[in-house]
Design a protein around this ligand. Structure first.
Ligand code: HEC
Ligand code: HEC
Length: 504
């Protein structure tokens, strides 16, 4: 151990040149034996932080950029001419261009202090799949956010270290890069913040006694390969700050899009442009056109989510197109899904109480306070009691069971849940309630008239909570589910999703 560590430090020093850690770094606190430098952060070698020339940048390219159509796949290695910002001279450099999937027209936001650099991305990918961050060396991020399981774990609630049962469903990492806040209750502001959580969570990755991150950093520093890589990427020994940055960089590339719905929208844009009608509105024929193109191209990723196979189903494009259009109209209309599932990821980034989990029995234990619990004192907002984050709706086919409780097993169950208006509880979101019926109830009660005894009332004022029933027919429910399946999208590129694939 000791000699390994000495070797490690030697490698770090050799690679990084003079290590900058005097003075400006955090004051030394009593650290774990063996930690010679602060575990939290060290000042990086700034030259390595500039995505330029020797630091291969990873660049997102979206459909709004002309270059997008020229990119063949998701992950593209390109050489490009650029100008050195320091000297003004022209240089040729390598760059990774990520073709942001159809349907996502903005690139995921990247914090200025954590630019996307290939070497950092590769380090983040390694850390994501490596159980080294867990105390017993058995749990990795990928254990609960497994690429083979839609970057979730397909369990009701997660099992972590030594089989510890967590209390909540593991959300997918797919498109988490677009989340305004992370976690079901939004308690982390960024992927960088979030990735530090599991390491210290005694139900996830931590079974030790001292400071979880000091222990984790010590494990990284006793591994010569990590010492070498951190030195190459950051210019210093492994730290918590650097590990969090690397993991977040990797996570930002886990994107999903190009579902059949997105393809239909593209078909629509093409049609409207050709017609010169200027009426950008989806029709059944646009969905049918996207389906036909998928049948012709043998594109299983677009077809299988909808339960369609090869040739034998190719005659069904028209009928399915009609059903998808109905499903879409329901989503944006009668079924009121866009009250909360908005934008390109189909999430408003907000928090709402739907009466999921134990709350369904009208109980509100503290553990289920959700977003409310995370609001700062002085900012407590009772409309957010029991409220959880609106998840995005892309990639649902691999991420069941659903909801923060994992209570809903299938998409059919989810639609059934919304059809009855969620579950009445004292804090059910106003968007889920039949406020008109509640007003009628209140007026009748005030006038001393008979009221429906089935209506649930809460609190000292006996406030009636009446969930808004959608009254969907069986056919409408099926079409709505079909529309959700059309949002599923392509599998994530193996360069990102396969732990063994290393980019050239
Ligand atoms: C033992 C299972 C487990 C492990 C290991 C684990 N996670 Fe999680 N992860 C979860 C659960 C459960 C949640 C939801 C917790 C909550 O919201 O309170 C979550 C939430 C997240 C989120 C937020 C997603 C969103 O939509 O809000 C991200 C991102 C994430 N994890 C990344 C990671 C990374 C990176 C690692 C490794 C450092 C990791 N997880 C390790 C189970 C796990
Ligand atoms: C009032 C806002 C709101 C409305 C309206 C709404 N949702 Fe949701 N949706 C949410 C929230 C919040 C969650 C997570 C709730 C929880 O776990 O407590 C969620 C969860 C889901 C999930 C589970 C996703 C996952 O990864 O677990 C699906 C699927 C879903 N909604 C689809 C729909 C559909 C379809 C409709 C329309 C019928 C709809 N939603 C209407 C806010 C809403």
């Amino acid at each position: 151990m000791a000699h390994l560590r000495r070797f490690a430090l030697f490698v770090a020093a050799a690679l990084a040149g003079p290590v900058v850690h005097a003075g400006a770094n955090p004051p030394a606190k009593p650290a774990l034996a063996g930690l010679t430098e602060p575990a939290d952060y060290l000042l990086p070698n700034e030259a390595l932080m500039v995505p330029f020339k020797d630091q291969v940048p990873v660049v997102f390219v979206t459909r709004n950029q002309p270059e997008w159509v020229t990119l063949k796949g998701y992950w593209n290695e390109a050489a490009e001419e650029t100008v050195n910002p320091a000297t003004g001279e022209k240089v040729r450099r390598r760059a990774i261009k990520i073709k942001v999937p159809l349907g996502l027209t903005t690139a995921p936001p990247v914090p200025l202090e954590n630019p996307m650099i290939l070497a950092k991305w590769a380090l983040g990918k390694k850390l994501y799949y490596d159980p080294v961050l867990s105390t017993n060396g058995e749990v990795a991020c990928a254990s609960c956010h497994n690429p083979k399981k839609g970057f979730s774990d397909q369990k009701r609630v997660s099992t972590g270290i030594a089989g510890a049962l967590g209390g909540i469903n593991s959300p997918t990492i797919l498109n988490a890069a677009y989340n305004k806040l992370q976690f079901w209750d939004g308690r982390a502001a960024s992927l960088e913040d979030q990735s530090q959580g599991p390491v210290g969570n005694n139900k996830e990755m931590f079974g030790g006694k001292a400071d979880p991150w000091e222990e984790a950093v010590l494990r990284l520093r006793s591994n010569p390969e990590y010492v070498k890589t951190f030195a190459e990427v950051f210019g210093h020994a492994p730290t918590r700050d650097a590990a969090a940055k690397a993991i977040a960089t990797y996570e930002r590339t886990i994107l999903i899009g190009n579902g059949l719905h997105d393809r239909a929208e593209a078909a629509m844009r093409k049609r409207v442009t050709e017609e010169e009608s200027g009426k950008f509105e989806l029709k059944a024929e646009d969905y049918a056109a996207a389906l036909k193109a998928a049948f012709t191209g043998g594109d299983a990723h677009a077809l299988t989510p909808l339960g369609l196979g090869g040739e034998k189903d190719s005659g069904r494009a028209g009928e399915m197109g009609q059903r998808l259009l109905t499903g879409r109209a329901l989503f944006f209309g009668k079924a009121r899904c866009t009250n909360c599932h908005t934008g390109e990821t189909f999430s408003d980034g907000g928090f709402h109480n739907l009466g999921v989990g134990v709350t369904k029995d009208g109980e509100m234990p503290h553990a289920e306070f959700g977003r409310f619990d995370q609001l700062r004192t002085g900012h407590k907002d009772t409309s957010l009691v029991g409220a959880f984050k609106t998840p995005g709706l892309r990639g649902l086919l691999a991420t069941a069971p659903f909801m923060h409780s994992g209570d809903e097993k299938t998409l059919e169950d989810v639609v059934e849940f919304y059809n009855r208006g969620g579950n009445a509880n004292p804090y059910l979101s106003e968007k889920m309630r039949d406020t008109e019926a509640e007003a009628v109830y209140l007026r009748a009660r005030a006038a001393g008239q008979a009221v429906d005894p089935a209506v649930k009332t809460f609190g000292p004022s006996k406030k009636p909570i009446i969930p808004f029933k959608l009254n969907l027919t069986a056919e409408e429910k099926a079409d709505l589910v079909l529309f959700l399946k059309a949002l599923n999208g392509d599998p994530v590129d193996p360069v990102v999703a396969d732990p063994q694939t290393v980019p050239k």
